[in-house]
Write a protein that binds this ligand. Structure first.
Ligand SMILES: C[S@@+](CC[C@H](N)C(=O)[O-])C[C@H]1O[C@@H](n2cnc3c(N)ncnc32)[C@H](O)[C@@H]1O
Length: 377
């Protein structure tokens, strides 16, 4: 028989859930939390409300309540890797670093080595190593590599922690995976990290060309989601911009901005080796952070520039030691400015200008670097 009471109760729950979820996606967690709680009061086994309440507590920074709910969820559904990933992040906030590493590791195994959970584990290694020192995480890095030797993420972690001195560049498959995963949120994340190199690059070019609306033929190396081309197009609307990137997902974001004449999915070294084009400007913003040795790329860029062509790129400064380049725990390279100046000179760039600046934030800290503008003679 039709039960009117049950019908209305079901309707009320669905309506509350819809409203709570709306608040959740708008980051209004304090408004979403009481609604999820009301649903659970009426229906204590409502799985969706329980999951979302746990996530809302987490996003709102209430790690105590989030922890107890995620532990509850883990009991209900012990095979879901996401509960372990959340638990790992909560343990990290609570400074229980060993537990944080174990949970991140369990998430990788439960997900049968999925890329997202491997990336989360690699970030846990980096963040915890910064606080507790490298030795605290090396056993786990070794275990990760031993269990997933074919994973580019495990390989990159191994190199970062065990042989940084022998690393000349980042593992290309690792770079591709990281950016494929981050692509949909890349612009938003970079905005939060106060990344303003694209507008800086565009302003430096505007000054160099004395704000004349030139029709420039530009190559954007590691173009990512197209932030540089977007900024340059505002100043040089008639310019023709080519973009190359290894990440298909980043290229999809770039394509949507409709500022490129042509986009290529390729390793930028291979692109430069096979291209027969010559450019007025070559841009590489926040890309050399994935290359240690820059000898080859600077040589190739020089070959693809017209006379008086401009090479403009950013690098993070090596403030750790006196080496030409250095692989940091974040699996990103930093460079010695004198090494770069010498390379530019050796490759026919005589007029070189360096703008020192904070490039972005990393783990709350300023990343000091520079924007080089070098003119090919
Ligand atoms: C931090 S993002 C910067 C994107 C863009 N230049 C900007 O300033 O917004 C770095 C980009 O370089 C790309 N990249 C790194 N190494 C590359 C390589 N060897 N070949 C092609 N693309 C590469 C990555 O896929 C990623 O999209």
């Amino acid at each position: 028989m039709f039960n009117l009471g049950k019908f209305f109760s079901g309707f009320r729950i669905r309506h509350r859930l819809k409203t709570a979820n709306k608040f959740y996606v708008q980051h209004e967690y304090k408004k979403a939390i009481p609604l999820y709680k009301k649903i659970l009061c009426d229906n204590p086994h409502h799985y969706g409300a329980l999951c979302n309440l746990a996530a809302a507590y987490f996003e709102d920074g209430d790690y105590k309540n989030a922890l107890s709910l995620f532990l509850q969820l883990q009991k209900v559904d012990s095979t879901n890797p996401w509960w372990q990933t959340y638990l790992s992040q909560i343990y990290q906030k609570q400074k229980s670093y060993r537990k944080a590493l174990n949970s991140a590791w369990q998430a990788v195994n439960l997900s049968c080595g999925s890329t997202e959970h491997q990336i989360n584990l690699s970030y846990a290694f980096y963040e915890i190593a910064l606080i507790r020192g490298k030795d605290f995480v090396t056993d786990m890095v070794q275990k990760f590599y031993d269990c997933y030797p074919d994973s580019s993420i495990a390989q990159q972690c191994y190199n970062t922690f065990f042989s940084p001195a022998n690393s000349l560049k980042c593992n290309l498959r690792y770079v591709e995976k990281i950016f494929d995963v981050f692509a949909p949120e890349f612009d938003e994340i970079l905005h939060r990290l106060q990344y303003d190199s694209p507008s800086f690059v565009a302003r430096i070019l505007a000054d160099f060309y004395q704000r004349k609306k030139r029709k420039l033929h530009i190559l954007d190396l590691g173009c990512g989601s197209g932030l540089c081309a977007q900024a340059i197009k505002k100043i040089f609307p008639r310019s023709i911009i080519f973009g190359v990137d290894i990440s298909a997902q980043m290229l999809q974001q770039a394509d949507a901005k409709k500022v490129y004449f042509y986009l290529s999915k390729n390793n930028l070294i291979d692109y430069l080796k096979s291209s027969i084009e010559y450019f007025d400007v070559i841009v590489a913003a926040d890309v050399f952070t994935y290359f240690g040795c820059l000898d080859e790329v600077i040589n190739l860029a020089s070959h693809h520039l017209k006379k008086n062509g401009v090479f403009i790129f950013t690098v993070s400064q090596n403030l750790h030691n006196r080496k030409k380049f250095y692989l940091t725990l974040s699996s990103r390279f930093v460079h010695n400015f004198s090494y770069i100046k010498k390379l530019l000179k050796d490759n026919g760039f005589l007029n070189v200008k360096l703008h020192k600046k904070v490039l972005r934030k990393e783990n709350g800290k300023d990343i000091i670097g520079g924007i080089f503008l070098a003119v090919k003679t």
